[in-house]
Design a protein around this ligand. Structure first.
Ligand code: FAD
Length: 462
């Protein structure tokens, strides 16, 4: 009788195109396991929205496994200890897993490999992070050359089918998912998430199938928050309910600028991971150290700006497009990409608040909160990161709102302004602004000047 094979699931909660599961199934009876390890990630414990998603995604994975009469074993605690104990209890020698690149997962993989045979597989990115290199073998820090090199290196994808399994004689002890308290109860703030999302592998494929029909309009649609012009695949990709190879494959043969731009966005996801691979603390630190000298209005430095941070978080800044985005995030766990850029820029430049406060808020509230993508995008907007985007390029939220026709988006998320005309809604004058809607925290020109002065002061002190 072949030995049981442990399949360690993390952010790869799918049965199709799951190379760890596929390989394990060829070698013996499978024991699929998920370990909830809250301590490994230190202060990067899963945020509230992520925990909500994880609960439903595990439920969906367990249902998929049950179709094969297989059970998902749920364990809680240090993943290395728990997997080692499990292996001993069931007589397994090998753990199969897809590689993950967050620093805490890399460390766990190293520790586990010292204790057991750990077979790692690629599968969560188009190309394994770190594998796309320059002619001289270096790694890329700039997107465009990375994008070109990755496209040249891409294999033809042939995603794996869902394997058939053999089952062990008995199943290990498992926690009950309900006992993990991943869902909010007091208060239950997840009504908007439930209304917005279907979670799981099946739902991810439905989204992909819908999107592949509209992909040719992506170039235009992706910048318009009032239109559903993007795929909304981000949480499914983040949790690995669908693989990027499956997404790429579904668009094979489709031509046009829209599809090309969409492919480049998928490559941004790989790029972010490639940056994290090189700089494991990227989401925590200014990549350009000179910005350590910038005088942020930082809550930790004793300035009285907690109210501004709170107003931003709650969508009460007095800038309709910013408030719409922040309220969409709070209600649904997701925000349109164009609006993510606007709200991030507003926090960093207009409110002069350190990007890390925004990054942390997104970490807690996004259902797609991703260590690499979130950190890379926040540093991109702030101008403190690897790319050439400058701190001194300051987005004007009011003109962005008009340029990208955000009228109906604002009406949906800031209903107190819904009665305003298309012209007024981006920038309601004092007479037209209802009493229930806050005044601007700061005027655009004043905010802009303050940000530029902080930059000048930083330079002068160098
Ligand atoms: P689509 O436009 O349909 O794109 C397809 C896929 O490509 C996305 O699902 C995503 O996986 C990937 N992608 C698209 N844009 C980017 C990008 N700029 N960087 C990396 N990958 C991208 N994305 C996350 O997945 N997790 C995050 O935590 C995250 N934080 C962000 C923070 C800020 C400040 C900003 C400006 C962007 C952030 N993004 C993040 C990127 C982007 O906003 C989302 O991936 C996108 O809005 C998801 O919607 P979609 O699935 O409809 O995307």
């Amino acid at each position: 009788m072949p030995k049981p094979q442990i399949v360690w699931f993390r952010r790869d909660l799918r049965l199709r195109d799951q190379p760890a599961l596929y390989a394990a199934a060829q070698r013996g009876p499978i024991i699929p396991v998920y370990v909830l390890d809250d301590e490994r990630a230190g202060d990067r414990k899963l945020g509230g929205a992520s925990r909500w998603w994880l609960h439903h995604s595990l439920e969906s994975l367990a249902t998929g496994l049950a179709r094969h009469n297989a059970k998902l074993t749920l364990l809680r605690g240090d993943c290395v200890e728990k997997l080692s104990e499990l292996a001993e209890a069931v007589g397994a020698e090998t753990v199969h897993a897809i590689s993950h690149y967050e620093p805490w997962w890399r460390k766990a993989e190293e520790e586990l490999a010292d204790r057991l045979e750990l077979d790692l597989y690629d599968g969560n990115y188009l190309m394994p992070p770190g594998s796309v290199t320059t002619g001289s073998g270096g790694t890329y820090k700039i997107f465009t050359p990375f994008y070109k090199a990755l496209q040249k290196a891409l294999p033809t994808f042939d995603p794996l089918e869902e394997p058939s399994f053999t089952l062990p004689d008995s199943w290990p002890q498992s926690d009950r998912l309900e006992d993990w308290d991943l869902l909010p109860t007091k208060p239950d703030w997840a009504a908007g998430l439930r209304k917005t999302w279907e979670v799981g592998e099946g739902a991810a494929h439905e989204k992909l199938s819908y999107f592949s029909d509209i992909a040719s309009d992506y170039e235009k649609g992706r910048n318009l928050p009032s239109v559903e012009g993007t795929s909304r695949l981000s949480p499914h990709l983040h949790w690995g309910e669908i693989s990027p190879a499956q997404v790429w494959k579904a668009l094979e043969g489709k031509r046009g600028q829209g599809v090309e731009v969409f492919r480049s966005e998928l490559i941004w996801r790989d790029f972010a991971q490639n940056i994290l691979f090189q700089f494991p603390h990227y989401p925590e630190e200014n990549y350009r150290e000179r910005y350590d000298g910038l005088e942020w209005r930082n809550p930790n430095r004793g300035h009285l700006i907690e109210e501004d941070l709170k107003a931003w978080q709650q969508g009460q800044t007095g800038y309709p497009i910013v408030d719409a985005g922040m309220r969409q995030l709070w209600a649904t766990g997701w925000m349109h990409n164009r609006v993510r850029m606007i709200v991030a820029s507003f926090l960093i430049k207009h409110l002069l608040i350190d990007w890390r406060h925004g990054e942390k808020w997104f970490w807690d509230t996004l259902v797609d909160a991703d260590y690499a993508s979130n950190g890379t995008n926040w540093q991109w907007v702030s101008g403190t990161g690897v790319d050439t985007q400058l701190y001194t390029r300051i987005m004007a939220p009011l003109s962005q709102s008009a340029k990208f026709s955000a009228e109906n988006y604002i009406r949906e998320w800031v209903p107190e302004l819904a009665h305003l005309s298309d012209e007024d809604i981006h920038d309601p004058s004092a007479e037209k602004r209802p009493e229930s809607y806050p005044e601007r925290l700061i005027e655009h020109t004043e905010g802009r000047e303050r940000a530029l002065n902080a930059y000048k002061a930083m330079k002068a002190a160098e």
